[in-house]
Write a protein that binds this ligand. Structure first.
Ligand code: DGL
Length: 276
């Protein structure tokens, strides 16, 4: 296996949502190699329970460690909310594990003028109350309005185009945030930045949308620098993709969302048990 700094950064999600985080990593750390895994066979994660999500996170982490990852990016809010502590415990100090909840919360809390912020997320993320805890830790006086959006990630993972029903669904998810008068909205699922234009239109110009990608990229850079693990090469790095269900549909959807060819997507089995 290659020397540690030359190994890939592993990024994972239930599907294509984590590509929004990978995009920011490619912008900020272009000389690194990346290995992206979408656990599409078990998508969606957003309606699963905490115990199951912890099992999934550990199974995926073990798979990515076997592939030689030098750092893990949990590019999924459902997993970051419910399984980050279990994952950190499992990994110990072998390598750094970076989640998406804290970076997004810090940006939102720092940027809000009114101290009233919202989060749109999957039911699993909302049920975990991870954003409530993160906001309280950042500033106990900031009010957070949380809205579960059970259908939004499946709509995005299913591909476009959108019809009127989808727009109505998005309107209904945004309505409580408009009623609460928030000035900042965290996109608390990594799939949602893929529909940022639609969300921005529904919420209006006065609302700032916050995603975790750029903050995650900064945390990754600091973590690698602290362990002397930044890739020393000067040229652009490499990237490869794996998923646990149909590779062709992953490649087609991912190529469109990431706006670059994914190349060959490898099929992998990460589940040690039959999906529920
Ligand atoms: N993209 C994932 C997240 O950030 C989950 C979507 C899903 O699998 O429900 O939560």
């Amino acid at each position: 296996m290659s020397a540690l700094p030359e190994r890939p950064i592993a990024v994972f999600d239930s599907g294509v949502g984590g590509l929004t985080v990978l995009h920011e990593l490619l912008v900020s750390l272009p000389t690194e190699d990346y290995l992206y895994l979408g656990d599409t066979a078990r998508f969606p994660y957003g309606d699963r329970g905490q115990a199951e999500l912890r099992t999934f996170a550990i199974e995926i982490a073990d798979h990515l460690l076997d592939q030689g990852a030098k750092l893990l990016v949990v590019a999924c809010n459902a997993l970051s909310s419910s399984a980050l502590d279990a994952l950190e415990l499992h990994i110990g100090d072998r390598l750094d594990v970076i989640g998406v909840v804290k970076p997004a919360t810090q940006l939102a809390v720092a940027g809000s003028r009114t101290g009233r912020i919202g989060v749109l997320a999957t039911p699993a993320t909302v049920a975990s109350a991870a954003y409530e805890r993160a906001v309280r830790d950042a500033d106990a006086h900031v009010h957070l309005e949380s809205v579960p959006c059970p259908d939004l990630a499946p709509i995005i993972q299913g591909g476009f185009p959108f019809d009127e029903d989808v727009v109505d669904t998005v309107r209904s998810y945004c309505a409580p945030l408009k009623a609460a008068g928030v000035d900042t909205v965290i996109l608390g699922c990594t799939h949602y930045p893929l529909v940022a234009p639609l969300l921005q239109r529904v919420l209006g110009r006065g609302v700032t949308l916050v995603t975790s990608g750029a903050g995650v990229a900064r945390s990754v850079e600091r973590a690698l620098a602290a362990r002397n693990l930044l890739n020393p090469r000067q040229s652009e790095g490499d990237y490869r993709f794996q998923c646990s269900a149909d590779v062709e549909s992953f490649r087609a959807l991912g190529t469109r969302f990431l706006q670059m060819p994914l190349g060959d997507v490898m099929h992998v089995e990460v589940a040690s048990t039959v999906p529920a």
